[in-house]
Ligand binder design. Structure first.
Ligand SMILES: [Zn+2]
Ligand SMILES: [Zn+2]
Length: 237
């Protein structure tokens, strides 16, 4: 370990992504007591959007049986509940940018088969409105995309899709309202059309409205397939 890393480790000790306890200078992002919690992450995923479903035989979640998406296929690694919810809060709002290393690595490992099948040429993080990003200090989707890119050796482009409007928080909105809320929120560069297969990266997947809005913009510029990978995803029973 370099001396500068050691000093930095003393000032900003690594924290466990699960419980936020200080890990110290040891490598890894999860403390020994929390490793067990990671082993219960297995589950069945919707074959279309990647949400967790109860039984494998169902194949698709309720959402996907009723609605079509614009993106081609999605996958989320962790269920958005329990410790993951708290961890995501800290990652997004409380400066735990370092968690991105863990989640990016988890996405690369758990999504390996899908990435091989999808064959994306580029990773694009879902952009954040510039003013919001300045206030927060970073865009968590960006951090995830860069970490995923590092492990998959795929290029990351943050210049092709921009968020041009501040949008209301999506949480309280219905599906229809979400779509309207996002209309015109993203601007896509013409150059994006030079890629035919794009992997869109975000922190959380809920209804897919954001992914659809960006996928729609990309496809209008000539992109053929848009895949979506998120650190966590809801339960779409
Ligand atoms: Zn822990
Ligand atoms: Zn689904």
């Amino acid at each position: 370990m370099k001396i500068s890393e050691w000093i930095l480790g003393c000032i900003y000790p690594a924290r466990c992504v699960v419980c936020d306890g200080v890990i110290g200078l040891k490598s890894g992002n999860v403390c020994p007591g929390c490793v067990e919690k990671l082993s219960v992450m297995e589950g069945f995923h919707c074959g279309y959007c990647g949400k967790f479903i109860d039984r494998e035989e169902e194949e698709y979640c309720d959402d996907c049986r009723r609605f079509c998406h614009i993106f081609d296929e999605g996958y989320g690694v962790f269920p958005y509940s329990g410790w993951v919810k708290d961890s995501m809060m800290r990652f997004k709002f409380h400066g735990r940018k370092e968690y991105g290393e863990f989640y990016g690595r988890a996405m690369a490992a758990a999504g390996e088969g899908r990435i091989r099948r999808w064959k994306p040429q580029v990773i694009i993080p879902v952009p954040m409105y510039r003013k919001k990003e300045r206030m927060r200090g970073y865009n968590q989707a960006d951090v995830l995309a860069r970490n995923l890119g590092k492990h998959t050796e795929l290029p990351v482009r943050t210049d092709l899709v921009k968020r041009v409007h501040e949008t209301k928080p999506q949480k309280e909105l219905t599906r229809d309202m979400r779509r309207k809320n996002l209309a015109g929120a993203f601007a896509v560069e013409n150059h994006a059309g030079s890629y035919s297969r794009v992997l869109l990266v975000d922190d959380i997947y809920t209804t897919g409205s954001t992914a659809d809005a960006v996928a729609s913009g990309l496809k209008q510029k000539g992109v053929n397939s848009v895949f979506v990978m998120t650190a966590c995803t809801g339960h779409g029973f």
